[in-house]
Design a binder for this molecule. Sequence first.
Ligand code: SAM
Length: 259
Amino acid sequence: MNFYRFFRSLLPSELSIPANLGQWILTSLGYYRFRTRIASKGAPNVDVNLYRPLYVPWEGEPEFRRLYAAIAPHTMVSADRCWILLHLMRHALALSGDFAEFGVFRGGTALLTAQVLGEAGDRRLLHLFDSFAGMPKTSANESFSQGDFAETSEAAVRQLVAPTGANVEFHVGYIPDTFQGLKIDQFAFAYVDVDLYQSVLDCVEFAYPRLVPGGILLFDDYGFPSCARAREAVDLAFAQRREKPIYLPTGQAMVIKLP
Ligand SMILES: C[S@@+](CC[C@H](N)C(=O)[O-])C[C@H]1O[C@@H](n2cnc3c(N)ncnc32)[C@H](O)[C@@H]1O
């Protein structure tokens, strides 16, 4: 075990180090509000409070705040990433096919997805894949160990998503074993948040052929230093495919299935 892996193993696997402390201080001091007023040369700007320096609706847009407040205690996924996830899912509602999440843990982003389907009165299936018993055996040079993320349960996540009224199907166990024999024809949207090289590859092999044209695959972990091998897996999976992963400044990457 090298020094960095040893140091990371001392921290809880779900810990993410807070970013942008400096930005938080500047925001509190009113620096960005002042800067936006100057830049707009006095022209009215309804959301002046949400420019830091660009428009950051995930930090205060009221409807999103309501949705994120419900999921925040149950997710490791930051508000900016959930904003992207939310809007890609709303876009995908126009497509036919099921929704899926690979990597559920305590169910925060699964709840967001169930909220989107529930509030739209959409009865398509939402498939949730996780061992609910932690990570499987990991590959070389990964920051995680077998058994990380075990502090959850299928029952707790079932209870969390139930009030949304979404049509949720649980696939409990290790990927790719849980793909065996599944009768899923089409995905409109699939969210991959499994952190590991082999798990990402397995998810792409399963989800991509079932994705409808225009359907979206969103990868949570692409740009995170703790998940460098997940990025490697995405790049490998699409090296010989026509679609190219689109990297987002949030750390996510997305793929839109070509016709
Ligand atoms: C980062 S967590 C998911 C976070 C979650 N989306 C949220 O809202 O916080 C990654 C999850 O992927 C699961 N996972 C990774 N590889 C897996 C595999 N091969 N089979 C089943 N579950 C897997 C882990 O057990 C863990 O619960």
